[in-house]
Design a binder for this molecule. Structure first.
Ligand code: ADP
Ligand code: MG
Length: 634
């Protein structure tokens, strides 16, 4: 085996200075393609145009599936909507009558684009609102269902030409120039594709992009950071559908006719395949996947029938096998592998860019919360009960948290601590009883409403975006303190705010003692450090209440000491901190008050000294025998 094929050597950064940055390489490729465009053979231009059209849809799927974690087999149907909308408006006498001659022939395709986008927007929003609530396998199944129904609908509507479709679609006319050939329209296709990739790349590199990435890990974490996950999922779904519709619009004016065949479920699967093979979470993977599959399909359609001696869609079978292989060997798609192989020449400048942004002095201020005065009541649970069927996990628990105190919740395993945490953070609703945060009753409110009122939290099982840097993870915690939306992010109008967010993230990381790791992917930190990242992330939201679920678990002795110091400092600054923790030494030395749970019921509450002297507590922990509880605290 040669050294270069050894994965270990591929993983270590090569010596020497890489030759180009990804940006330079992209520019070079684009310039090269532009220069060569006029001289490429007709056939190549046509294939490249098709690749561009597919890549546009696949890029939407990368966002939806690879980044957002939602699978859609039905994108081809949205392509069809874009294509049919423009074909119909450009050719139908009814459409002409509707428009009443107000739109000249050269403008008809643009009216078609608007119609296609409007229709797709409305339909995708509706479908999204219905199907995106479904979890697990139901969402992919639903996308198959509506992919199929839309296809049959297109084929059965007389005014859309049935199975024959619509012919005589005019070419696009731009500035008096008729783009009738693939060579002319291909330029537009690739320009649109590159523009879309730029905008999507910008979106991912923003506040909203972090929220989108957080969707993949499930609702709990994202909602706790203040992200409206349902809304983000729908918006992402609509965005992917709109990209597909634009591709369909271009397709119709490239082919100059439409029929239902290119929009059936097969193509929907192929499109998903492109996104996944290319690189699930990487935008350029969409182009790679589209190119590979398109070229492979060309070849297979040529070779397979002659090889097998009969004609048929054999490429579908080969695709299936290929997909199995790729998913087995390259679960993240081929793009990361390609990036790794070319690392010797191409410098990944992600790590370099982030500090550059942070070093600019922020010119905008993030939203600030006025923190309550010390001693003020922050959180109040009154008679909170939670039943799971017959099991009473929380039994009429009452407790309070004030500004400037550390309140510890302890109890044996299964006592109901995590359940109670869920009750007071909006993850779950109490069966009975009331939770008040900052004086407001919180019944039936989602956890993002708790976040908005100043509740920050960490999780017993760490929930971070492992592949993203520590700084990005922490910046997600400040989500609610900024407001720039998707469009601003796509157009890069959010840079001032983004700089402020990253500066705030770095400030919190410094404060928590992880300054050296700000640009490291979160997953490469130790578990203890990851817990601290979660605390920094919570702090970035400028909370007045901090809920920590076992923050000291997995920390080394010195790290625990540092955490103690940090929490004491936060208490001095006026935060109210509620902590669930098993480490008794840690708890006893830190907490002002302790509440002890057993079987869902509060059995003791008071200062550490009072609790340690309470016979019921000793009973609960040790069955009354010689006590580790006291030993630990000494
Ligand atoms: P702790 O965090 O103190 O270890 P938990 O709050 O996780 O305890 O659990 C308290 C009790 O409630 C346990 O008996 C547990 O099995 C039960 N429980 C927790 N969550 C659920 C649930 N979603 N469904 C049913 N039972 C649950
Ligand atoms: Mg627990």
């Amino acid at each position: 085996m040669s050294a270069s094929s050894n994965p270990a050597t591929l993983n270590t950064p090569p010596e020497g200075k890489p030759l180009v940055t990804p940006r330079q390489l992209t520019l070079a490729c684009v310039v090269l393609l532009a220069l060569a465009w006029g001289f490429l053979p007709e056939f190549t231009v046509s294939v490249l145009s098709n690749i561009g059209l597919y890549a546009l849809v696949a890029a939407g799927l990368v966002m939806l599936t690879g980044v957002g974690g939602m699978t859609s087999f039905g994108q081809a149907a949205f392509v069809g909507m874009g294509a049919y909308a423009t074909a119909w408006i450009c050719t139908s006498p009814t459409a002409a009558a509707w428009l009443g001659g107000a739109v000249g022939p050269a403008l008809l395709p643009w009216a078609g684009l608007l119609l296609g986008l409007a229709f797709t927007f409305a339909l995708a929003w509706m479908l999204g609102a219905v199907t995106l609530k479904l979890s697990g396998h139901y969402l992919p199944l639903c996308t198959i269902a509506w992919g199929l129904s839309l296809y049959y609908l297109l084929g059965n509507m007389d005014f859309l030409g049935g199975q024959t479709g619509i012919t005589g679609v005019p070419p696009l006319v731009v500035a008096g120039l008729s783009l009738a050939t693939p060579r002319a329209l291909g330029v537009v296709i690739w320009a649109v594709l590159l523009l879309a990739l730029w905008a999507l790349h910008n979106l991912l590199d923003s506040r909203e992009g972090r929220a989108i990435r957080a969707l993949k890990g499930g609702r709990l974490m994202a909602e706790s950071m203040g992200v409206d996950t349902a809304r983000h999922r729908i918006k992402l779904f609509v965005l992917a559908a709109l990209l597909a519709a634009v591709s369909g619009w271009l397709y119709a004016h490239l082919q100059r006719f439409v029929n239902p065949t290119p929009f059936n479920l097969n193509i929907g699967i192929e499109l998903l395949f492109m996104a996944v093979v290319g690189g699930a979470g990487h935008l350029w993977g969409a182009v790679l996947g589209a190119a590979l599959i398109t070229l492979l399909k060309e070849k297979l359609q040529d070779v397979l029938p002659s090889l097998l001696g009969s004609s048929g869609n054999f490429e579908v079978i080969v695709f299936g096998l290929l997909m199995l292989f790729v998913l087995q060997r390259f679960s993240d798609g081929l793009w990361p592998t390609l990036a790794r192989i070319t690392r010797r020449w191409v410098r990944n400048d992600a790590a370099r860019k982030a500090p550059a942004l942070a070093s600019k002095a922020p010119t905008v201020q993030l939203a600030q919360r006025t923190l309550p005065a010390s001693g003020e009541l922050l959180l109040q649970a009154s008679d909170v009960s939670k039943r799971f069927g017959g099991l009473v996990a929380n039994n009429a628990i009452s407790m309070t948290l004030k500004a400037g105190e550390i309140h510890a919740l302890i109890g044996p395993n299964g006592a109901g601590k995590s359940t109670f945490f869920n009750m007071i953070s909006g993850v779950d609703d109490p069966t009975s009883g009331e939770v008040k945060l900052a004086g407001q009753p919180m019944a039936a409110k989602p956890s993002r409403a708790f976040a908005a009122l100043g509740l920050g939290r960490t999780f017993q099982h760490v929930r971070l975006l492992g592949q993203r840097s520590v700084a990005e993870n922490v910046a997600l915690g400040a989500h609610l303190r900024a407001k720039r939306g998707w469009l601003a992010a796509m157009l890069r109008l959010d840079r001032a705010e983004e700089a402020a967010l990253m500066a705030e993230a770095r400030r919190q990381i410094e404060r928590c003692g992880l300054g050296a790791h700000a640009d490291t992917p979160a997953a490469s930190l130790s578990l203890g450090q990851q817990r601290v990242v979660e605390i920094a992330r919570a702090l970035a939201g400028q909370p007045s209440v901090l809920l920590l679920d076992e923050p000291a678990a997995g920390l080394r002795h010195l790290e625990k000491r540092a955490l103690s110091v940090l929490l004491s400092q936060l208490r001095a600054e006026g935060l109210g901190i509620l902590v669930v923790e098993h480490d008794m030494e840690f708890v006893m030395n830190l907490a002002d008050r302790i509440t002890v749970l057993e079987f869902g019921t509060v059995i003791a509450t008071g200062t550490p000294a009072e609790v340690q002297a309470n016979p019921r507590v000793l009973e609960a922990y040790l069955g009354g025998a010689d006590d580790e509880l006291l030993e630990d605290a000494r």
